[in-house]
Design a protein around this ligand. Structure first.
Ligand SMILES: [Zn+2]
Ligand SMILES: [Zn+2]
Length: 339
């Protein structure tokens, strides 16, 4: 199966956090965290449609200015999600510049502030110098954003401030078997999309799908049951899943939330600022060690663990951090116990 998410960390393991994910089938991209983005080409920044910010410590948010700089004169919309306080953080940053020559600019930034039980949204149009327009509030129960091909989930984690952990989840692939379709003798058409939609939305097996097609001057229509079509035509394959967790305490509650969020991920991107030998520092600063990151990956049953966001104190020793995380992930190093 072709990968549809093409993720890459914007900086090296000692650089600011930022995960850029190209969405192969639609030519757009999403981004997790906005650390320094100098190394991300402008063309890639401009592919962004959704940005997810874990928290606004400077190493996760300093790249915001580059995003705005590039989008400003574009006829584009960008959605940004962040933890409680993000609206104030964004408007505070924007207030640091002068916006008197922007009328006629079409760029609109929408900011979604994610609270444990609700999401408050505001629109910030460039043309009105980013004046805040309330854009409603909705209940939040885990899903931040959803579209036909994928969704983004989030959990609130404790980093001595609320910090969001994210998962990017592709929907199940529904592939139609060409040979079976040929045997059925009905040409492909809109009815196949109706069938897929019915499967995705969990419609009962006796749901009737009507296939209509024209053969010369003759119009045809055939009614088929969803269950029969599904058995005969459809091969389901699991979609991809990425998880992204940074800057968080190895506490019982965080561990439970991260394990649930990252369950079965193809790639789990996880911070590991410290080594186990400096676990007292990790505890004090509400960060993870490499051993804890490995433990989380193991508990969540992820396929691949990618640790990053290393403390500069290990400059030249990245191998030690990778090795410790991998050892805990593989079970060669005992799991750490949450505080
Ligand atoms: Zn950080
Ligand atoms: Zn932080």
């Amino acid at each position: 199966m072709k990968s549809v998410f093409l993720p890459r960390l914007v900086n090296g393991p000692f650089g600011d956090p930022g995960l850029h994910v190209s969405l192969r089938w639609q030519g757009t991209a999403v981004q997790f965290d906005l650390g320094r983005l100098d190394r991300l080409p402008a063309a890639d920044v401009l592919k962004l449609t959704h940005v997810f910010v874990s928290h606004t410590h400077i190493d996760h948010f300093i790249g915001f200015d580059r995003v705005i700089r590039l989008f400003l004169a574009r006829d584009a919309a960008l959605s940004l999600y962040g933890p409680p306080g993000i609206i104030g953080n964004v408007t505070g940053k924007l207030a640091g510049y002068t916006w008197n020559l922007v009328d006629g600019y079409h760029f609109v930034l929408t900011v979604h502030e994610v609270h444990p039980d609700r999401i408050r949204s505001v629109r910030l149009p460039a043309t009105t110098a980013f004046a805040v327009e309330e854009a409603g509030s909705r209940a939040f129960s885990g899903v931040l954003h959803e579209e036909p091909a994928f969704c983004v989930r989030a959990v609130h984690l404790d980093h001595k401030i609320p910090c969001l952990g994210f998962a990017l989840i592709e929907n199940t692939h529904l592939n139609v078997r060409k040979d079976a379709l040929d045997q059925l003798g009905i040409p492909p058409g809109a009815w196949l999309n109706k069938m897929k939609e019915a499967i995705r939305t969990g419609q009962p097996g006796d749901t009737v799908i009507t296939a209509r097609w024209v053969d010369g001057a003759t119009e045809h229509a055939t009614e088929l049951s969803l269950a029969a079509l599904r058995d005969r035509l459809v091969v389901e394959t699991a979609g991809q899943k990425l998880a992204y967790v940074v800057d968080t305490l190895f506490s019982t509650q965080n561990v439970a939330r991260i394990t649930e969020l990252a369950r079965g991920a193809d790639v789990f991107f996880c911070e590991s600022l410290f080594l186990d030998e400096d676990r007292d520092q990790a505890l004090k600063r509400y960060h993870l060690t490499a051993r804890q990151a490995g433990t989380l990956g193991r508990l969540a049953g992820v396929k691949h663990l990618q640790v990053f966001h290393f403390s500069p104190r290990y400059d030249g020793q990245a191998d030690r951090v990778y090795a410790e995380a991998e050892a805990a992930f593989r079970g060669a190093l005992a799991a750490d116990a949450p505080v």
